[in-house]
Design a protein around this ligand. Structure first.
Ligand code: BGC
Ligand code: BGC
Length: 506
């Protein structure tokens, strides 16, 4: 009688390919339909920059890069492409978009934010329209999730799952607008934030969930808790009857219980029997969930629509991702017009740990929860993109640490920055400078006397003040995903850089 199943970050069938995802989904669905109620499950996943748990899917730039494009129509098209890829594995529900307004880039989830101003995330709610289509029942539509309600990006010190200390007027001014717009666009679900508002966990905030989101904004969809989020209400490990009651009465309709659903069901049943959770509240939650299952057409078409399976990682979607990468590049320095690079008869030396690494350029939430360096999924690295876009008359030499460069080269391109992380693992309270490997690579390039262009692959602005004066060019590439040729399109001037910073650079 489970109503919903999710794949967490990196939770995948073996082998990890589109067909086995679809088979897994259909297997769960067939079991649900043969159960006593015959009600289909709704299956959820974090497709936060493409269908990113699936090997071979198109990986789009993380939200911070999409924010840099300021192109809401492009973002809607990306939503549509992601919905098709997700549909191709049967999955009905996407835990995206993150509408967090990141106010402190020490936060490890800054790259999941479209930007520091509420207006940017509000504009980018077009992603919801792309995911859900004109109607949820049309083939290739999935249910979207506005997350994490509310104030996740506003915690003191940028502490992940921390405390957002603002009065209600400030909270509403900065963090509510994207959710208002999401509700206006008919978003099907809203996920509650792990963070606290003025010391009280959001998972227990009846005022903000029921009074504001449901009654004031008129949200009629599903309020879902975050992964074991209910366990955190009292600050102790594990969940208790008190926490379950508090969460349900606050207005949470579906509870994400990753570990112990049997105990959860027992506790909630006991609370209802004791009259501490009303049947009205339970009926309301069920009505909200069932309505979305009906609207998605799950009762009529419960199994995977395999006509979408071939769209996963398709050339068309990869072209769209490349266009997004191109539009997301932000040119920050161009001394002596070192850019654009000449395509023909040039000698280019490429270096840096992020030049030839799909995992690094994709960041967290890619194949695994934290993401990982290396060849984790098919794609075009930034180095390969440079080689592809350059004319055959140009020499492109590569070494990760810069060794081998000499003054016969006309330009050095250093692709440096961060390596993958997700959530609190990426919090950087004690400094946001470059690592030692990058500093050493830059020194080697500098010593050759060749002009240096830095391509910074990172989930946020980094503290580069100590090095910047020695660079001729600087491009912020964010976390572009699998289509690295989009970076090359800008380096060679096939596309004039149009990206704009979505976050203040410290
Ligand atoms: C994250 C959510 C995500 C959920 C399910 C949580 O840790 O905060 O953004 O949707 O896990 O993977
Ligand atoms: C899961 C993620 C989840 C995280 C929460 C991980 O094990 O794979 O989806 O967000 O736990 O801490």
């Amino acid at each position: 009688r489970i109503g919903s199943v999710l794949s967490g970050g990196g939770s995948a069938p073996t082998p990890n390919n589109p067909a086995s995802w679809a088979d897994m989904y259909d297997g769960f669905q067939e079991r649900a339909l043969s159960g006593p109620l015959g009600i289909p499950i709704i299956y959820g996943i974090d497709a936060v920059h493409g269908h990113n748990n699936v090997v071979g899917a198109t990986i789009f730039p993380h939200n911070i890069g999409l924010g840099a494009t300021r192109d809401a129509e492009l973002v809607r098209d990306i939503g549509r492409a992601v919905a098709e890829e997700v549909s191709g594995t049967g999955i009905d529900w996407d835990f995206a978009p993150c509408l967090c307004v990141a106010r402190n880039d020490r936060w490890g989830r800054t790259y999941e934010s479209f930007g520091e101003q509420p207006e940017i995330a509000t504009a980018m709610t077009t992603l919801i329209t792309g995911l859900q289509g004109d109607s949820l029942s049309e083939p290739g539509s999935v249910l979207a999730t506005a997350k994490h309600y509310i104030g996740d990006g506003g915690t003191t010190g940028g502490d992940d799952q921390g405390n957002t200390e603002l009065d209600e007027a400030q909270l509403r001014a900065v963090h509510l607008p994207p959710f208002e717009e999401a509700v206006r666009r008919g978003v099907g679900s809203v996920m509650i934030s792990y963070s606290s508002w003025n010391g009280v966990k959001m998972h227990g905030q009846q005022h903000l969930i029921t009074d504001v989101l449901k009654n004031e904004l008129g949200f009629t969809g599903i309020v879902v808790s975050d992964w074991a989020g209910v366990d955190q209400i009292d600050g102790e490990r594990g969940f208790t009857a008190d926490e379950v009651r508090t969460a349900i009465n606050a207005g949470i309709d579906m509870v994400m219980v990753p570990m112990d659903y049997v105990r959860f069901t027992e506790l909630l049943t006991a609370e209802v029997t004791a009259g501490r959770v009303t049947m009205d509240r339970v009926d309301d939650a069920n009505r909200r969930i069932l309505t979305k299952k009906f609207e998605l057409g799950l009762f009529e078409n419960p199994l995977t629509d395999r006509s979408f399976t071939g769209t996963i990682g398709s050339a068309e979607h990869r072209d769209l991702a490349r266009a997004a990468v191109r539009e997301s590049q932000v040119l920050l320095k161009n001394e002596g017009n070192v850019l654009p690079l000449a395509k023909s008869s040039n000698r280019i030396f490429v270096a840096g740990k992020n030049a030839d690494d799909i995992g690094n350029q994709s960041g967290g939430w890619t194949i695994s929860w934290q993401g990982e360096s290396g060849d984790t999924t098919p794609g075009t690295t930034i180095l390969q993109g440079i080689r592809d876009v350059a004319d055959p008359s140009t020499t492109v030499t590569y070494s990760a640490d810069g060794s081998g460069i000499d003054d016969s080269y006309q330009v050095a391109v250093a692709v440096i920055g961060e390596t993958p992380y997700a959530e609190g693992v990426g919090d950087r309270p004690s400094g946001m400078g470059l690592d030692q490997a990058d500093v050493a690579t830059l020194q080697t390039l500098r010593d050759s006397g060749v002009p240096v262009v830095v391509v910074l692959v990172s989930g946020r602005p980094l503290d580069i003040s100590a090095q910047l004066s020695t660079w001729d060019g600087l491009v912020a590439a964010w976390l572009p995903g699998t289509e690295g040729a989009g970076v090359a399109d800008v380096l060679f001037g096939d596309h004039n850089p149009t990206g704009t910073l979505p976050m203040t650079w410290m």
